[in-house]
Design a protein around this ligand. Structure first.
Ligand code: CMP
Length: 146
Protein backbone atom coordinates (compact mmCIF):
# COMPACT_ATOMS: atom_id res chain seq x y z
CA UNK A 1 0.00 0.00 0.00
CA UNK A 2 1.47 3.37 -0.96
CA UNK A 3 -1.10 5.86 0.23
CA UNK A 4 -4.40 7.47 -0.51
CA UNK A 5 -5.55 9.66 -3.34
CA UNK A 6 -9.02 11.22 -3.32
CA UNK A 7 -9.83 8.94 -0.39
CA UNK A 8 -9.15 5.72 -2.34
CA UNK A 9 -6.17 3.43 -1.91
CA UNK A 10 -3.83 3.40 -4.90
CA UNK A 11 -2.93 -0.30 -4.65
CA UNK A 12 -5.63 -1.63 -6.98
CA UNK A 13 -6.15 -1.85 -10.69
CA UNK A 14 -8.94 -3.10 -12.92
CA UNK A 15 -8.46 -5.55 -15.79
CA UNK A 16 -10.47 -7.26 -18.50
CA UNK A 17 -9.38 -10.27 -20.52
CA UNK A 18 -10.87 -9.25 -23.87
CA UNK A 19 -13.02 -11.39 -26.23
CA UNK A 20 -10.07 -12.36 -28.49
CA UNK A 21 -7.98 -13.82 -25.67
CA UNK A 22 -11.03 -15.41 -24.04
CA UNK A 23 -12.09 -17.09 -27.32
CA UNK A 24 -8.58 -18.46 -27.90
CA UNK A 25 -8.60 -20.11 -24.46
CA UNK A 26 -5.87 -17.89 -22.97
CA UNK A 27 -7.79 -16.82 -19.85
CA UNK A 28 -6.24 -19.42 -17.54
CA UNK A 29 -2.67 -18.74 -18.69
CA UNK A 30 -3.19 -14.97 -18.39
CA UNK A 31 -4.67 -15.23 -14.89
CA UNK A 32 -1.75 -17.45 -13.86
CA UNK A 33 0.74 -14.90 -15.20
CA UNK A 34 -1.02 -12.12 -13.27
CA UNK A 35 -0.85 -14.12 -10.02
CA UNK A 36 2.80 -15.10 -10.62
CA UNK A 37 3.60 -11.38 -11.04
CA UNK A 38 2.40 -10.78 -7.47
CA UNK A 39 -1.13 -9.48 -7.98
CA UNK A 40 -3.89 -10.68 -5.65
CA UNK A 41 -7.33 -11.16 -7.19
CA UNK A 42 -9.92 -9.31 -5.07
CA UNK A 43 -12.83 -9.58 -7.52
CA UNK A 44 -13.40 -11.79 -10.58
CA UNK A 45 -16.22 -12.51 -13.02
CA UNK A 46 -16.93 -13.83 -16.49
CA UNK A 47 -19.49 -11.73 -18.34
CA UNK A 48 -20.42 -10.33 -21.76
CA UNK A 49 -20.86 -6.65 -22.57
CA UNK A 50 -23.77 -5.46 -24.69
CA UNK A 51 -22.83 -2.91 -27.38
CA UNK A 52 -24.46 -0.24 -25.23
CA UNK A 53 -22.42 -1.20 -22.14
CA UNK A 54 -19.18 -1.44 -24.16
CA UNK A 55 -19.85 2.07 -25.49
CA UNK A 56 -20.43 3.30 -21.95
CA UNK A 57 -17.22 1.71 -20.66
CA UNK A 58 -15.15 3.23 -23.49
CA UNK A 59 -17.09 6.55 -23.66
CA UNK A 60 -13.79 8.45 -23.28
CA UNK A 61 -12.85 7.18 -26.79
CA UNK A 62 -16.17 8.18 -28.40
CA UNK A 63 -14.58 10.72 -30.77
CA UNK A 64 -11.85 8.32 -31.95
CA UNK A 65 -12.10 6.82 -35.45
CA UNK A 66 -11.80 3.30 -33.98
CA UNK A 67 -14.67 3.75 -31.47
CA UNK A 68 -17.28 1.68 -33.36
CA UNK A 69 -14.73 -1.06 -34.07
CA UNK A 70 -13.83 -1.08 -30.37
CA UNK A 71 -17.47 -1.33 -29.29
CA UNK A 72 -18.22 -4.11 -31.81
CA UNK A 73 -15.19 -6.08 -30.72
CA UNK A 74 -15.67 -5.65 -26.98
CA UNK A 75 -19.29 -6.82 -27.24
CA UNK A 76 -18.47 -9.76 -29.54
CA UNK A 77 -18.02 -12.40 -26.85
CA UNK A 78 -17.39 -13.18 -23.19
CA UNK A 79 -14.74 -11.38 -21.18
CA UNK A 80 -13.18 -11.91 -17.75
CA UNK A 81 -13.22 -8.83 -15.51
CA UNK A 82 -11.15 -8.54 -12.34
CA UNK A 83 -9.90 -6.18 -9.67
CA UNK A 84 -6.27 -6.76 -8.71
CA UNK A 85 -4.30 -5.67 -5.66
CA UNK A 86 -0.57 -5.00 -5.40
CA UNK A 87 1.67 -2.10 -4.37
CA UNK A 88 1.83 0.35 -7.28
CA UNK A 89 -0.86 -1.71 -9.02
CA UNK A 90 -1.76 0.57 -11.95
CA UNK A 91 1.81 1.17 -13.14
CA UNK A 92 3.07 -2.36 -12.43
CA UNK A 93 0.12 -3.92 -14.26
CA UNK A 94 0.64 -1.73 -17.32
CA UNK A 95 4.26 -2.92 -17.38
CA UNK A 96 3.06 -6.54 -17.16
CA UNK A 97 0.58 -6.20 -20.04
CA UNK A 98 2.88 -4.20 -22.34
CA UNK A 99 2.19 -1.55 -24.99
CA UNK A 100 -1.32 -1.12 -26.45
CA UNK A 101 0.01 -2.26 -29.82
CA UNK A 102 1.35 -5.82 -29.35
CA UNK A 103 3.89 -5.23 -32.12
CA UNK A 104 5.48 -2.64 -29.81
CA UNK A 105 5.04 -4.64 -26.57
CA UNK A 106 8.14 -5.84 -24.70
CA UNK A 107 9.14 -9.52 -24.72
CA UNK A 108 7.34 -11.56 -22.06
CA UNK A 109 4.44 -9.13 -21.65
CA UNK A 110 0.87 -10.41 -21.87
CA UNK A 111 0.14 -8.52 -25.07
CA UNK A 112 3.37 -9.71 -26.69
CA UNK A 113 2.46 -13.30 -25.80
CA UNK A 114 -1.29 -13.32 -26.43
CA UNK A 115 -2.45 -10.29 -28.49
CA UNK A 116 -2.92 -10.15 -32.25
CA UNK A 117 -3.34 -6.44 -33.07
CA UNK A 118 -3.89 -2.99 -31.56
CA UNK A 119 -7.64 -3.48 -31.85
CA UNK A 120 -7.68 -7.05 -30.52
CA UNK A 121 -5.06 -6.68 -27.83
CA UNK A 122 -6.06 -9.41 -25.34
CA UNK A 123 -6.27 -7.38 -22.15
CA UNK A 124 -7.18 -4.03 -20.61
CA UNK A 125 -5.53 -2.34 -17.64
CA UNK A 126 -6.58 0.89 -15.91
CA UNK A 127 -4.45 3.91 -16.83
CA UNK A 128 -4.89 5.76 -13.51
CA UNK A 129 -6.13 5.30 -9.95
CA UNK A 130 -9.17 7.45 -10.72
CA UNK A 131 -10.10 5.26 -13.70
CA UNK A 132 -9.52 2.09 -11.66
CA UNK A 133 -12.28 3.25 -9.32
CA UNK A 134 -14.66 4.11 -12.19
CA UNK A 135 -13.96 0.84 -14.05
CA UNK A 136 -14.19 -1.38 -10.94
CA UNK A 137 -17.50 0.24 -9.97
CA UNK A 138 -18.77 -0.36 -13.53
CA UNK A 139 -18.43 -4.14 -13.10
CA UNK A 140 -18.46 -4.97 -9.39
CA UNK A 141 -20.70 -4.29 -6.39
CA UNK A 142 -19.17 -4.11 -2.90
CA UNK A 143 -20.55 -7.61 -2.25
CA UNK A 144 -18.35 -9.01 -5.03
CA UNK A 145 -15.02 -7.71 -3.64
CA UNK A 146 -12.88 -9.71 -1.21
P1 CMP B 1 -7.48 -0.43 -23.99
O1 CMP B 1 -6.25 -0.28 -23.19
O2 CMP B 1 -8.50 -1.38 -23.54
O3 CMP B 1 -8.17 1.01 -24.15
C1 CMP B 1 -8.65 1.53 -25.36
C2 CMP B 1 -8.63 0.57 -26.46
O4 CMP B 1 -8.83 1.10 -27.75
C3 CMP B 1 -7.25 -0.04 -26.54
O5 CMP B 1 -7.03 -0.88 -25.45
C4 CMP B 1 -7.29 -0.72 -27.90
O6 CMP B 1 -7.86 -2.01 -27.83
C5 CMP B 1 -8.23 0.18 -28.66
N1 CMP B 1 -7.48 0.92 -29.66
C6 CMP B 1 -6.52 1.83 -29.45
N2 CMP B 1 -6.04 2.27 -30.63
C7 CMP B 1 -6.73 1.60 -31.60
C8 CMP B 1 -6.71 1.63 -33.01
N3 CMP B 1 -5.85 2.42 -33.67
N4 CMP B 1 -7.55 0.82 -33.67
C9 CMP B 1 -8.42 0.02 -33.00
N5 CMP B 1 -8.49 -0.04 -31.65
C10 CMP B 1 -7.65 0.75 -30.96
Amino acid sequence: MRGKKNGFMDNRTFTMIKPDAFAKGYSGAIIDKIIQAGFKIVALKMTKLSAEKAGEFYAIHKARPFFQELVDFMSSGPIVAAILEKDNAVADFRTLIGATDPAKAAEGTIRKLYAASVGENAIHGSDSDDNEKIESDFFFSVLERF
